[in-house]
Design a protein around this ligand. Structure first.
Ligand code: GLN
Length: 196
């Protein structure tokens, strides 16, 4: 659990709910022996800066290349994406998720909203979006596990489906905050990725 900035405590509790013990990652050494990593929501610009100054950026990038499981939620998804629109010019991302994302891409009026997403065969997955990134496009290697019906920023056309929960091999990423609701399916899936 990356512990530089963002909603760390909620993720730790969610991992506990699915029987996973977590540790807080603040420096590269903390990653030794970890089975996976969560990049939480917060501010991707700040997280990017802190990742670089702690030396964690390189350490995480290396592990991502080797297939280390990483879950990124909201700002965490921004950090994983190949291309970030409306980011700060100096913000970095790992490029481990073949997706183009727009920061705060759901627009101002609806900066935050909650909805239910179709996910597998179960009940709708409750999803809280908070100044969330909007996924503009994804590459072929990306599996879209759930989508949200919404009109992205700058569009006055009809609502369209855009990816909200994505997986590419060892990378799982959500535009929303699964740690803020009681449904643990996203954390359970990530725990399985870490175990396998
Ligand atoms: N808007 C934030 C960002 O880009 C993400 C918000 C969040 O994580 N809730 O970085």
């Amino acid at each position: 659990m990356l512990n530089l900035q963002g909603d760390v405590r909620e993720h730790v509790a969610a991992l506990g709910d699915v029987g996973v013990q977590s540790r807080l990652i603040k420096r590269p050494d903390d990653l030794d022996g970890a089975a996976g990593l969560i990049l939480p929501g917060g501010e991707s610009t700040t997280l990017s800066m802190l990742l670089a100054s702690t030396g964690l950026f390189e350490a995480v990038a290396e592990r991502l290349d080797e297939g280390f499981p990483v879950l990124g939620t909201c700002a965490g998804l921004v950090l994983l994406a190949r291309e970030v629109l409306d980011g700060r010019p100096d913000q970095r991302s790992f490029g481990a998720l073949d997706a183009v994302v727009r920061r705060n891409g759901f627009g101002r009026q609806v900066a935050s909203f909650e909805t239910g997403l179709e996910f597998g065969e179960g009940p709708l997955l409750p999803a809280v979006f908070i100044r969330a990134p909007y996924v503009v496009s994804v590459g072929e290697a990306v599996d879209v596990l759930a989508s949200v019906l919404h009109r992205g920023i700058g569009s006055d056309g009809p609502a369209m489906e855009s990816p909200a929960l994505l997986r590419q091999a060892n990378v799982l990423a959500s535009c929303f905050h699964p740690e803020l609701t009681a449904d643990r399916r996203v954390h359970r899936l990530f725990a399985e990725m870490c175990a396998g």
